[in-house]
Design a binder for this molecule. Structure first.
Ligand SMILES: [Zn+2]
Length: 369
């Protein structure tokens, strides 16, 4: 009997606790909804939700071609589709539906393709451009939003494909069998052999089994085009181009050849390079990136290396630890005040960023699917 009473008692306690916590949760949810409604309009989450529908657009918008906003926060009106094949180029990975761009970008691909054909170089492989109405993609890129960014795969040359690639492929086949890779994984790995990285090893050196004269010609050719603002490449590729041209006459001119200045070191970008066009003159709502930094940009390139990145991270961690130790010496009241100040600053920064995004999004609202 006692046991049973205990059970009843406990059940009642549970019931009470449950109903009270349920009430609390209900009130909390209601409160959060209210807070959400008030604050979401300027929050990061709102901006993200508003931007992702760009992946759902199926057709280009009506109207004259216009690049709107910035490369990493914009959209595209009246996009053109890049044909799957053309003189000197082929468009790859079309299942990603990112073969749309501003007509200036399409014209540039065609122009480069023509020169590639004239020079009897291997077909240029064009990767992602933009989505059909631009905007943020669900994976893969932050930029490519306004129809002015073009990825071109370096690809291996015939020499590489006939020799080194065959060796790598047979090694891959053996490994796939051993490790029982799925056909999807094997396909991806095969793609990476045919479109190899130009970089090898933990010191991120140029892979001379892959690097070729064609890569050099292609980079220079693209960078020489007037409408090209920047080209993003791995820092070793920039370094390699600086090395090749260091003893040339044009290198000695001030401020150096513009085309070489346009090659900008960035993370990744060792399997493909990324061409960025200037804003079209008849897209008044397009935000350009601003001028190139001064100089040729051939110095201090290892700043982008994995090794130095790791060192910076370690140094920042150490500095943070020191700050915490200093912080601990203040009184409780002072610490609380400092914490509140930091929190406020963080909040203000986030709000300013979200507002900037929201303003830009309004310019694209008429294109949203
Ligand atoms: Zn890119």
């Amino acid at each position: 009997m006692q046991v049973r009473n205990d059970l009843i008692e406990q059940t009642n306690v549970y019931h009470l606790a449950f109903s009270q916590s349920f009430k609390f949760l209900f009130l909390l949810a209601f409160f959060m909804m209210g807070v959400g409604l008030v604050f979401c309009s300027s929050s990061e989450a709102w901006a993200k939700r508003e931007r992702l529908p760009w992946t759902k657009a199926k057709t280009p918008s009506q109207g004259k071609a216009q690049s709107i906003g910035s490369y990493a926060n914009g959209c595209l009106q009246g996009a053109l589709a890049l044909p799957s094949q053309g003189m000197g180029y082929t468009s790859i990975r079309r299942y990603r539906h990112r073969y749309f761009a501003h007509p200036n970008s399409i014209a540039l691909v065609k122009k480069l393709g023509q020169v590639v054909q004239e020079k009897k170089l291997k077909l240029m492989e064009i990767g992602d451009l933009s989505q059909v109405r631009g905007g943020l993609m669900s994976y893969g890129h932050r930029s490519h939003q306004s129809g002015l960014d073009i990825d071109v795969w370096f690809g291996g040359d015939q020499n590489y494909l006939d020799g080194e690639a065959k060796r790598r492929l047979s090694k891959l086949k053996r490994k796939a069998k051993q490790k029982k890779w799925s056909s999807k994984k094997l396909k991806q790995m095969r793609f990476d052999v045919i479109h190899p990285s130009l970089i090898t090893g933990w010191r991120e050196k140029i892979d001379h089994k892959v690097w070729s004269k064609r890569h050099e010609i292609l980079l220079r050719l693209a960078a020489e085009q007037e409408q090209v603002a920047r080209i993003f490449v791995h820092f070793r590729i920039k370094e390699q181009m600086c090395k090749i041209y260091r003893s040339s006459e044009e290198f000695k001119t001030k401020p150096g050849p513009l085309w070489l200045r346009k090659l900008r070191p960035w993370y990744g970008h060792h399997q493909h390079f990324h061409i960025r066009l200037h804003c079209p003159s008849d897209s008044p709502e397009c935000d350009d990136q601003g001028p190139l930094p001064k100089g040729l940009g051939c110095e201090g390139l290892t700043w982008f290396s994995k090794i130095e990145k790791k060192e910076r991270k370690a140094a920042a961690k150490k500095a943070e630890k020191n700050r915490e130790q200093e912080f601990a010496m203040f009184s409780h009241k002072e610490r609380a005040k400092m914490k509140a100040e930091r929190k406020l600053k963080r909040k203000q920064r986030a709000q300013a960023k979200a507002e900037k995004r929201a303003t830009l999004l309004k310019r694209c609202a008429h294109l949203a699917p």
